[in-house]
Design a protein around this ligand. Structure first.
Ligand SMILES: CC(C)(COP(=O)(O)OP(=O)(O)OC[C@H]1O[C@@H](n2cnc3c(N)ncnc32)[C@H](O)[C@@H]1OP(=O)(O)O)[C@@H](O)C(=O)NCCC(=O)NCCS
Length: 211
């Protein structure tokens, strides 16, 4: 995949940001204060590289420790993340990052095999994470649109998103890009002392199923 420009609107200013990086058990994660700025950002989408792995882990490990978008409970090491990158370099999969003019890796996203049995070969699952201080400024939309473009290029028929049921932001983003809710996995997870449900969303990328 070639690097692509997405949503070129006024450029990002970092003046309102307050970001604190922290180490926990030797693994980088971070906490942050939201910016008040709501200007859409100029986003560049490109394939993830080894150099991006610490930044990707910082985003994901924060969500593990503070959020419920993932039901992982232990922060990932760099070795685990390197395995993930290699897995998402296999044909028909993809790992991408979103850069801002002054901020590399404001978010990341990937397209995985849904199941390995051959009958599922035209289906993928998407996942994406954006650094909290850049939420609601078009980064997630750019990442998901790029994944869907690549899925079409891979001849994929269906993309699924399995989203924690209270995650209104992710459900709204997927709906905005054409996904619809097709199911629910009730109380399939348990995190922070509560049962958690999944909302399953899907987009069908072509009409091969209609005839
Ligand atoms: C879900 C997530 C990726 C959205 O990324 P984002 O960069 O904030 O989203 P965008 O700014 O591109 O939003 C695109 C559209 O999605 C919808 N949307 C995004 N966040 C929303 C929110 N909090 N409430 C309602 N709608 C929202 C809107 O339709 C929005 O378009 P608009 O701003 O023009 O109205 C981001 O909130 C995130 O990383 N959350 C934590 C991790 C996570 O939940 N990942 C998803 C796992 S399935």
């Amino acid at each position: 995949m070639r690097a692509a420009r997405a949503s070129v609107i006024p450029e990002h200013s970092s003046k309102n940001l307050s970001i604190a990086g922290r180490l926990r058990d030797g693994i980088l994660w971070e906490t942050s204060v939201m910016t008040q700025d709501i200007t859409p950002l100029a986003v560049t989408i490109r394939p993830a590289t080894e150099a991006d792995l610490p930044a990707i882990n910082a985003i994901y490990n924060r969500e593990i420790l503070e959020g419920v978008a993932t039901w992982d409970t232990e922060p990932w090491s760099e070795t685990q993340r390197l395995d993930w990158l290699q897995e998402h370099r296999r044909p028909g999969t993809l790992a991408i990052v979103a850069d801002l003019p002054e901020v590399p890796v404001a978010g990341f996203a990937y397209l995985s095999y849904y199941k390995t049995r051959l009958g599922y070969r035209f289906t993928r699952e998407d996942v994406l994470y954006v650094r909290p201080e850049f939420h609601r400024r078009g980064v997630g939309r750019s990442l998901l649109a790029a994944l869907l473009d690549e899925a079409r290029r891979f001849d994929i028929h269906v993309v699924l998103a399995r989203i924690e049921a209270t995650n209104e932001a992710s459900i709204a983003l997927h709906r905005a890009l054409g996904f619809e809710i097709v199911g629910e996995e009730r109380e399939a997870g348990h995190k922070f002392g509560m049962w958690r449900s999944l909302t399953v969303m899907q987009i069908t990328l072509d009409d091969r199923g209609r005839g």
